[in-house]
Ligand binder design. Structure first.
Ligand SMILES: [Zn+2]
Length: 356
């Protein structure tokens, strides 16, 4: 048996007004779980639309990271146990912790992303960490959120760097999924996921820069909504259809290697992933696409060479070596060797020297 749950969502400056109608079918009481800043931004609006329809029994901090321990602790809170449904408010880590807590309690889950940096609010997968904040595992719920409410006004006021990196991360989905899936004989659902992944790029290349300007100015413009759909919903529609192994490849492998390789500075996930994507497109000979991604990256100052991610361009050896064996590389269309990745990185450096 196979079940797939496509994301259901409402988006707009007035997205929360749909909450009573949509959530009302699942009960009369709810709890809000999220981060401190995200709850400060979203909770007053959620409480207002719920007045007279859904009683909010309480509001709780999710913890300090997406851990099983934090999810278990949430399930022990009496109001959480009593509520008919759970509202997850925040970015990826708050959302994933709450997703797992609601899975343990078998309660309907609704998500309210306050950042557009990944597709966590619409997918079934939870990315979990250890209490020391190191990566632990990804684990699947039986389904994704019942509905996702995306308030564009709140995202216009979110930290710009997360939005900026989110644009870079989403673009990787467009290329990593079909790259991993190349040559495989997939069933209908997975083919649909691969097709959905390839619906990310156009929205980001067309609207991403203007949408980032909206976040910089903290006001909604016409580009913000389509860009948010390309960061949150389009990758999510791919993710709910495909196996974990197809979800990422060399771009994310380079990011995961980067976290274990000494480097200068702090670099957000999506920024390093976007550099990794440029290397992957170079290695795979997709030069036209490489140029499109690099020109977009340059237009919003995403990394486009090794020094941009804090790695000495003369010594990427460790970064290359560590990326070859990450779990992202389990499914790939051909053998990828140290020399191939190293050469692709050097080719990108050369393009950069030529000002391309
Ligand atoms: Zn990513």
């Amino acid at each position: 048996m196979k079940s797939t749950f496509f994301p259901h969502f409402t988006i707009g400056t007035d997205a929360y007004e749909a909450v009573p109608d949509i959530c009302g079918d699942y009960g009369r009481t709810a709890v809000i779980i999220g981060g401190n800043k995200s709850r400060a931004a979203a909770e007053p609006l959620i409480r207002k639309v719920c007045e007279g329809h859904i009683e909010i029994l309480g509001s709780f901090l999710y913890g300090d990271d997406a851990t099983f321990e934090n999810a278990e602790a949430l399930t022990k809170i009496p109001e959480v146990q009593k509520a008919d449904m759970i509202f997850a408010v925040g970015g990826g880590r708050a959302t994933d912790t709450t997703k797992w807590a609601s899975h343990l309690l078998h309660k309907p889950l609704f998500t309210f992303p306050t950042l557009a940096s990944n597709c966590a609010s619409v997918t079934a997968v939870c990315i979990m960490y250890n209490p020391d904040h190191s990566f632990r595992c990804s684990i699947y719920r039986e389904r994704n959120a019942y509905h996702t409410f995306i308030n564009t006004e709140i995202i216009a006021h979110s930290p710009r760097d997360y939005f900026w990196a989110g644009l870079g991360d989403a673009l990787a989905k467009q290329y990593e999924v079909p790259f991993s899936a190349r040559g495989l004989d997939l069933d209908w659902v997975q083919e649909t996921g691969v097709a959905n992944a390839q619906n990310v790029k156009n929205g980001i290349l067309k609207y991403g820069k203007k949408a980032l300007e909206a976040v910089d100015r903290q006001e909604v413009n016409d580009s913000l909504e389509p860009a948010i759909l390309s960061i949150i919903v389009a990758p999510g529609m791919a993710s709910v259809c495909i196996e974990d192994d197809l979800d990422s490849c060399l771009a994310h492998a380079i990011y995961n290697s980067h976290t274990n390789t000494p480097h200068k500075g702090n670099h957000l996930h999506g920024a390093v992933v976007n550099y990794g994507l440029q290397v992957m497109l170079q290695l795979d000979g997709q030069y036209e696409e490489r140029d499109k991604i690099r020109s977009f990256a340059k237009s919003i100052n995403l990394p486009h060479c090794l020094s941009d991610i804090g790695i000495d361009p003369a010594h990427p050896d460790e970064l290359v070596k560590n990326c070859l064996h990450t779990k992202d590389m389990r499914v790939k269309p051909y053998d990828i060797t140290f020399d191939m990745v190293y050469k692709a990185m050097m080719d990108i450096e050369e393009l950069n020297r030529q000002g391309k």
